[in-house]
Design a protein around this ligand. Structure first.
Ligand SMILES: Nc1nc2c(c(=O)[nH]1)N[C@H]1C(S)=C(S)[C@@H](COP(=O)(O)OP(=O)(O)OC[C@H]3O[C@@H](n4cnc5c(=O)[nH]c(N)nc54)[C@H](O)[C@@H]3O)O[C@H]1N2
Ligand SMILES: Nc1nc2c(c(=O)[nH]1)N[C@H]1C(S)=C(S)[C@@H](COP(=O)(O)OP(=O)(O)OC[C@H]3O[C@@H](n4cnc5c(=O)[nH]c(N)nc54)[C@H](O)[C@@H]3O)O[C@H]1N2
Ligand code: SF4
Ligand SMILES: [Mo]
Length: 692
């Protein structure tokens, strides 16, 4: 019997990007543990990945290529050989591309966050083909845009400093479920006396454990931030030296903030005046006392019409009180721009045919775009769709339209997957992909500052192949002869980070594979020495770039598309605001098919406040129908004051095929986009609820 330990990395779309130790006995992975030596992982894994072998060796893993034999969406397939699969795909793509290369669309997201399996060979392939580009907006682009206008890049407080903060504001996030390792450090800060505040319409697992919970109406965070600015300015709880040295546009900001007295804010946000004033005082006074305050901004604030502006407004707060002076202070949204990734080497945009027209399709409105005919404005109708690392039929908004698009008889669809997901059911050709335990990868992260290496621990299950290998084979069959299409995964991974960049000067792929992780060389308090990476080098309260982009150059409030205040007519029909944040035991739609995790979640639920439930004669356990003009789905009601009055919460993202009605929450969400960054507005949704 031979046993060895392989260094790996959790590939999932989670800021923690844990370092894994995989125990392999006679070629079989028997245990996946968190690396105790890796500082942020600290030997701990979440419930999902602690069971990783259950997912890897799942009886439903796709083991060989298949072709569709039933109706689209029916999910009936027959086994074929790899040769037939690759031949079929290459010949279809050749004939489609001969007419209009832009009618080919790749659709992918962060099923794996690996730089190699995520997007290297695949992007090279689609660039060479001259296919449409995909704007990858489904998660973080709204907030990313708002943060960048203000701070300059997605850089912020190092999560390894969290335990040293004295005030931690968790704004639109539920880290107990979605960023466990950050939460572990928050707990340590709490033991040392830190005060924790959650800002969230829902009493999430995290909000429940904070000292204070401010339950504002969804989509009103930008107004709350303006109210905090108002009080900080009125009560002079400011760091004037910091403002003078490090910020741009304070006088204009002041005029704007003065339009937002706490009374106005309280009304917009559906909270008390005291909540606004006391939070501002707590924040300002902490800074005056020399304490570090950290705002962990998350994704909850971004999934509404004004999501980008909300992040921008919140990002202004640390500069007003000088919180960035502390290594444990300031804010964190995402740290992804901390990494000097060499995307040009990985993805080779230079391969795109010179002089050919380009087109970008927004993944958040894929439903509408799949149903669009050719036109001068749109370009050619989408004729081929290659899906990998994503499950759009379950996760994209306005699902019935997405499904209608996928059901088009004249659409050629290829899906690369581990499992037969809701999306896989629509494939013409379904290909088995390897999991993280079976392939090699290099990783950056968005929640900490380590470059990471994933070594394959076991041989591929069945006939599964890595994404890279599938696109390598396709490239060969298409007759693409560039040397980059022959590169091995190892050669690709070695190009992941720019060695010429001071932050990664020590990067050496061969050693990283041995050690598993290596921290970037970056300053502790990110903007204290070099200023901010904005055009002015300052934190921009006033942004000329925003003005140039047609936006309000100052922090402002953009109301939700769908709310009682912004659309009273719609609210008469559909009076309840619905949000659908992640369930703890799922990762987006991944893991829903892992029995033990699904059993823990039970069935799709809808949390509804006792007052709203009573009006509808609903009691806990009732099956309810949630609906609006876009569609409907069913869930089991849980009557609870965790949801504030007027709000319903459906923890997500269920596979449709595991729900009794074969539908999920995205039946009712809309394809409308955010104010900036082209993001989705999942949490900007009015519904009505009734007994099913
Ligand atoms: N277990 C688990 N972990 C995950 C994921 C998962 O699916 N499951 N998904 C991963 C991914 S892709 C992402 S993007 C991150 C997301 O990570 P987080 O941003 O932490 O997201 P959530 O856990 O959805 O927490 C969002 C919180 O925002 C609240 N919220 C909703 N609308 C609003 C609003 O308008 N204002 C405010 N202030 N709060 C609001 C919700 O009630 C919810 O509690 O998590 C990652 N980690
Ligand atoms: N209603 C509602 N909808 C939402 C959200 C919400 O909060 N509410 N959250 C949104 C957010 S934040 C996000 S990020 C998106 C996430 O949406 P997606 O990125 O689509 O995430 P998953 O649903 O986890 O699907 C990833 C798929 O990739 C597959 N996969 C993993 N690794 C590999 C690999 O190496 N190769 C191949 N070929 N496949 C692989 C997995 O098996 C899985 O089926 O969903 C969004 N949708
Ligand atoms: S999902 Fe997140 S917390 Fe869980 S193992 Fe992966 S990186 Fe760690
Ligand atoms: Mo996400």
């Amino acid at each position: 019997m031979s046993t060895n330990i392989v260094r790996a990395v959790c590939p999932h779309d989670c800021p923690d990007t844990c370092a894994l130790l995989v125990k392999v006995t006679d070629g079989v992975a028997t245990e996946v543990r968190g690396d105790p030596e890796h500082p942020t992982t600290a030997g701990v894994l979440c419930t999902k990945v602690a069971r990783y072998t259950e997912r890897t060796y799942h009886k439903d893993r796709l083991l060989y290529p298949q072709k569709r034999v039933g109706q689209k969406g029916e999910g009936k397939f027959a086994r074929i050989s790899w040769e037939e699969a690759i031949d079929t795909i290459a010949s279809r793509l050749k004939s489609i591309a001969a007419i209009a290369p832009l009618s080919v669309l790749p659709y992918s997201y962060a099923g794996t966050m690996g730089l190699v399996q995520g997007d290297s060979m695949s992007q090279r392939f689609f660039h060479k083909l001259g296919a449409s580009f995909l704007d990858r907006t489904i998660c973080a682009t709204a907030g990313g845009a708002g943060y960048k206008y203000t701070i300059g890049a997605r850089i912020g407080a190092d999560m390894e400093q969290t335990q040293n903060a004295q005030l931690i504001i968790i704004w639109g996030g539920n880290p107990i479920a979605s960023s466990l390792h950050f939460w572990m450090r928050v707990q340590e800060a709490k033991r040392k006396g830190a005060k924790l505040i959650a800002i969230d319409p829902y009493r999430s697992l995290t909000a429940e454990k904070c000292h204070q919970h401010i339950a504002l109406l969804p989509g009103t965070d930008a107004a709350l931030a303006l109210g905090l600015m108002h009080v900080l300015i009125k009560e002079d709880l400011l760091d004037h030296d910091y403002i003078a040295q490090y910020t741009l546009g304070f006088e204009q900001l002041k005029q704007r903030a003065l339009e937002w007295p706490p009374e106005r804010v309280a009304q917009v946000c559906g909270i008390s005046v005291a909540e606004v004033v006391e939070l501002a005082r707590m924040y300002g006074i902490a800074a005056k006392r020399g304490e570090a305050s950290m705002i962990r901004m998350n994704y909850g604030v971004q999934r509404v019409h004004g999501g980008g502006m909300a992040v921008r407004n919140i990002a202004c707060l640390p500069a007003l009180v000088g919180a960035w002076r502390h290594a444990a202070g300031g804010a964190q949204l995402s740290l992804s721009d901390s990494f000097p990734k060499d995307m040009a080497a990985l993805q080779r945009p230079d391969l795109f045919p010179a002089g050919q027209k380009q087109r970008t399709i927004n993944m958040s409105s894929i439903g509408n775009d799949l149903l669009r005919e050719s036109s001068d404005e749109f370009g050619p109708k989408i004729a081929a769709l290659i899906v990998y690392n994503s499950n759009p039929v379950a996760i994209a908004p306005e699902s019935s339209v997405v499904a209608k698009g996928f059901a088009r008889e004249d659409l050629f669809t290829v899906v690369l997957e581990h499992f037969q997901t809701d999306t896989a059911d629509y494939a013409d050709i379904l290909l088995p992909a390897t999991t993280q335990l079976e392939h090699l990868d290099a990783h950056s992260t968005y929640g900490h500052l380590y470059m990471m290496a994933n070594n394959p621990a076991i041989a591929p299950i069945g006939e599964a192949k890595p994404n890279t290998e599938i696109f390598r084979l396709l490239a060969e069959h298409m007759g693409f002869t560039e040397a980059c299409f022959k590169e091995t995964d190892d050669q690709i991974a070695a190009q992941a980070f720019k060695k010429s960049d001071a932050r990664a000067i020590h990067f050496d792929w061969a050693s990283l594979k041995k050690t598993g992780w290596s921290k970037l060389k970056v300053a502790d308090a990110p903007f204290l020495k070099g200023g901010f990476p904005t055009p002015s080098g300052k934190c921009e309260f006033y942004s000329q770039t925003m003005l140039d982009d047609g936006l309000d150059p100052l922090p402002s409030y953009i109301p939700p598309y769908e709310s009682g205040a912004s659309n009273p007519e719609l609210a008469k029909k559909y009076p309840l605001a619905m949000i659908s944040p992640p369930a703890r035991n799922f990762l987006n739609s991944s893991f829903v098919n892992v029995q033990s995790l699904r059993d823990t979640e039970g069935e799709p639920h809808l949390d509804i406040h006792p007052v709203d439930a009573a009006q509808r004669h609903i009691v806990s356990g009732d099956r309810v129908r949630i609906h609006n003009d876009r569609g409907s789905f069913e869930a089991a009601a849980r009557v609870t004051d965790k949801a504030r009055e007027g709000l319903v919460v459906g923890l997500s993202i269920w596979w449709k095929k595991f729900a009794a009605d074969h539908k999920n929450v995205n039946e009712v969400t809309s394809q409308r986009l955010t104010d900036m960054g082209g993001g989705p507005t999942f949490y900007d949704t009015l519904v009505q609820v009734e007994k099913a």
